[in-house]
Write a protein that binds this ligand. Sequence first.
Ligand code: APR
Ligand code: PHB
Length: 389
Amino acid sequence: MRTQVGIIGAGPAGLLLSRLLTLQGIDNVVLENRSREYVEARIRAGILEQHTVDTLTEVGLGDRLHREGLEHHGIYLQHPGTRHKLDFPELCGRTVWVYGQTEVTKDLIKAQLDGGPPLLFEVSDVIPEDVDSDSPRIRFTDADGNPQVLECDAVAGTDGFHGPSRAVVQQGPTGRTWERTYPYAWLGILADAAPATDELIYAWHPEGFALYSMRSPKVSRLYLQVDPSEKIEDWSDDRIWDNLATRFALDGWELTTGTVTEKSILPMRSFVSAPMRRGRLFLAGDAGHIVPPTGAKGLNLAVADVTLLAQALVRLLQEKQNDLVDSYSDRALARVWRCTHFSWFMTSMLHRSGDDFDAEMQLSQLRRVCSSEAAARELAENYTGLPIE
Ligand code: APR
Ligand code: PHB
């Protein structure tokens, strides 16, 4: 088999890259080790920045998003006694959309299987080879158990945090990683409960952070800060609702409860791997970096990476110019570090460490963001997404 770009991983990064390349006339093949059902059922974050919405719309995937997604004009920041709205259009002229990553993935897969380039599920033993040459290849075993070789001009490693691509890039001469594991985790639930708020609520509380998000007018997505050693079995639905009610409490406001349809505990870490390129192998999305979920940057960063990568690959393969592939890693990493800082800032401002000095610093920062237009604008610009440069 031969193609121009071999793409490893059918998460949002790989699928969107495939679509961007296809629209520019570049052949590609996507290889995914899980099944379609598994990929479409994974529950992930749900906030799309303005540029993510614009990109999905430009590639013809905006219909269901605009029909079923919810446009949000701000967020609430809460600490006991106060719930303050940051108005994004007023502060920075942009908005965000609530539309689950699961839905983005389904839309991308549907478009791909409807006349798009090959998307092979349930492949195994995927390994990129000879990436320092101009003719790399991907070896893999197909769903029927037959060994295959995909010859390529370039390979995209969009295989998430656990995929094989990052290690190959790290074996190059300048590989380096940075990591921060936070002493917090999020217990997340999906509930059949109409959201009791028009905008997301980020709540600081002495007992720990809580986030009120949503997926639709009938489904709420809620998170509680818990210790990373907590076991989900110890959290009955009643215990979760009681904790949520305490942390979101505000005079005149009521939490609406409903049937919990999913619950899990997520670890929180920041991780950056540089460079994002070795020869003809390019990393994008979670393969190159992880952010903690506070601020919902993960998916948006993946979209920004593949936007840059698609432009760079088109220039390389159609115009035979190396300039954009040569600058890809530095340009992508500049945004990665901005989002790494922002999600670290949101995480640090909102989670209880147990230290009372830290708590006063956090409350002072929250009061500042809620009272200074300059401080609020800084948060709003980062939250809604800086332009892709
Ligand atoms: N071979 C083929 N595919 C693989 C392999 C492998 N060895 N290892 C992993 N994959 C696949 C995964 O099954 C997954 O479908 O690569 C895909 C990577 O997708 P994601 O983990 O979703 O990562 P990405 O596409 O970069 O999306 C960015 O945003 O909200 C965040 O972390 C969240 O998924 C999210 C991300
Ligand atoms: C979500 O809806 O899953 C979500 C929303 C906002 C965040 C993180 C996660 O900051």
